[in-house]
Design a protein around this ligand. Structure first.
Ligand SMILES: Cc1cc2nc3c(=O)[nH]c(=O)nc-3n(C[C@H](O)[C@H](O)[C@H](O)COP(=O)(O)OP(=O)(O)OC[C@H]3O[C@@H](n4cnc5c(N)ncnc54)[C@H](O)[C@@H]3O)c2cc1C
Length: 397
């Protein structure tokens, strides 16, 4: 970490960027590229890769200065998988060339990423995955298999992909991690319609997809270790994003409560207050978690945060629907749309209620996260596992 970079220096560099590229007269993408090149994209990343090797906490200084100058941001919700999952994995395990090639267009938002992990027979038990990657004589890989629940695959340019490279090894040891080109002719993306009526995620069929060996992340056979970095970061990015006081899910129901006194009862008052306090505790815990992240990779604490987030989102949106009575049962539009991002802003209570159901499944189910907290945070005995030393090909499926 660079000791020379403090808040004053970061502020100076931000003003320099704004002077050289005034947001009012600079195109959005040009501004974002200049910001990346100035090391002000994610200040805790290395110099030359969008950062300054500075403490992560200094990012707030940059963001506040840029917001005050009305500068465009990179729309983090649209590129959440790239920012929250692909980027830390590439940073942790990528070669210099991979970091140089992928991080800038990822951060700027020119290239959207998706995550090809889950399969019909491998969700919670992700290490059981069956998608095969076979290396040819030229060193490159051919991938065949099926992935499922792939958010944003329909808009993605690249995917982080895990596949089985050695079926003779126990399931955790025969997996490798790749960067997959979503424009390869062997990639077939098909929509999956959700309870909301929308299709934000997909089935993805991979048939003879070619991946150059230069797009492998980490050593052959160590994909499970690499994937842990992705998964830990995923839980933090789902459960711990920065929100202002009374922001996030508790915001709309609090507004409804204030604006529509006729809907109130003693019971809903009591429940709203309890949830408001819990939402605030979760928000402050998330803030603390982010400060801990300054030190490096997230630990299992992120799983606890994501667990709390899923439960709260479901309870809060349930209360909002109940509070609104008949009106809460109305649902705007059932036409299947293919959203580019999951955005709760401006959506009705019915959408928030239905979409929140997925919160306890995506990024690891709540039951599985409870296991992680039990074993890795509380140190309770691990679940019995009888498949650790058996070759994957000999496991019953
Ligand atoms: C909105 C949404 C977006 C998603 N986006 C992506 C994506 O972009 N990319 C991707 O790869 N995946 C994605 N997923 C998939 C998600 O990661 C999986 O759905 C999840 O890991 C659960 O796997 P599964 O659906 O196969 O359920 P299963 O693993 O079959 O689980 C079924 C039930 O059994 C329980 N269970 C399983 N094992 C245990 C255990 N050991 N102890 C206790 N209970 C257990 C589970 O909690 C669950 O209730 C997404 C899912 C959703 C809902």
């Amino acid at each position: 970490m660079s000791p020379a970079v403090d808040a004053t220096e970061v502020r100076r560099r931000t003003h320099e960027l704004l002077a050289a590229h005034p947001p009012a007269t600079t195109g959005r993408t040009d501004f974002l590229k200049a910001r990346f090149d100035a090391g002000l994209a994610w200040v805790h990343y290395p110099e030359g890769l969008g950062g300054l090797d500075a403490p992560r906490s200094l990012q707030q200084v940059v963001d506040a200065e840029l917001a005050a100058a009305d500068a465009p941001d990179n729309d983090p919700r649209r590129i959440g998988i790239g920012l929250g999952m692909a980027a830390p994995t590439i940073l942790g395990f990528g070669t210099d060339e991979q970091k140089r090639r992928f991080l800038r267009p990822l951060w700027v938002g020119e290239e959207v990423w998706c995550q090809l992990f889950s399969e019909p027979g491998a969700g919670s038990d992700l290490a059981a995955l069956a998608t095969r990657a076979v290396q040819g004589d030229d060193g490159d890989w051919t991938v065949d298999g099926q992935k499922v629940w792939t958010s944003s695959a329909h808009v993605a340019r690249w995917a982080i992909l895990i596949a089985r490279t050695d079926p003779d090894l126990p399931k955790h040891r025969g997996i490798s991690y790749f960067i997959c080109d979503m424009t390869d002719p062997g990639v077939d993306v098909r929509p999956l319609r959700q309870i909301t009526g929308e299709a934000e995620f997909n089935e993805v069929f991979l048939s003879g997809v070619r991946i150059p060996d230069s797009h492998r992340l980490g050593p052959v056979g160590e994909g499970w270790k690499v994937a842990q970095t992705t998964l830990m970061n995923e839980r933090v990015s789902i459960g711990g994003s920065r929100i202002p006081r009374e922001g996030g899910m508790i915001g709309p129901v609090s507004t409804t409560w204030r604006e529509r006194p006729g809907l109130r009862t003693h019971d809903t008052h009591q429940r709203l207050l309890t949830l408001w306090v819990e939402a605030e505790v979760a928000r402050l815990t998330g803030e603390r978690l982010r400060q801990q992240l300054v030190a490096g990779q997230p630990g299992p604490e992120g799983s606890g945060m994501k667990l709390a987030f899923a439960r709260l989102n479901q309870e809060i949106s349930g209360l909002e629907v109940e509070l609104l009575g008949d009106e809460g049962l109305l649902y705007g539009d059932w036409t299947m749309v293919r959203p580019e991002l999951v955005d709760f802003t401006g959506r009705d209570a019915g959408y928030r209620y239905l979409r929140s159901k997925g919160n306890s499944i995506e990024g690891g189910t709540s039951e599985v996260l409870l296991n992680i907290v039990a074993e890795r945070v509380l140190g309770l005995p691990a679940e019995p596992r009888n498949d650790k030393d058996v070759a994957w090909k000999d496991l019953s499926r």
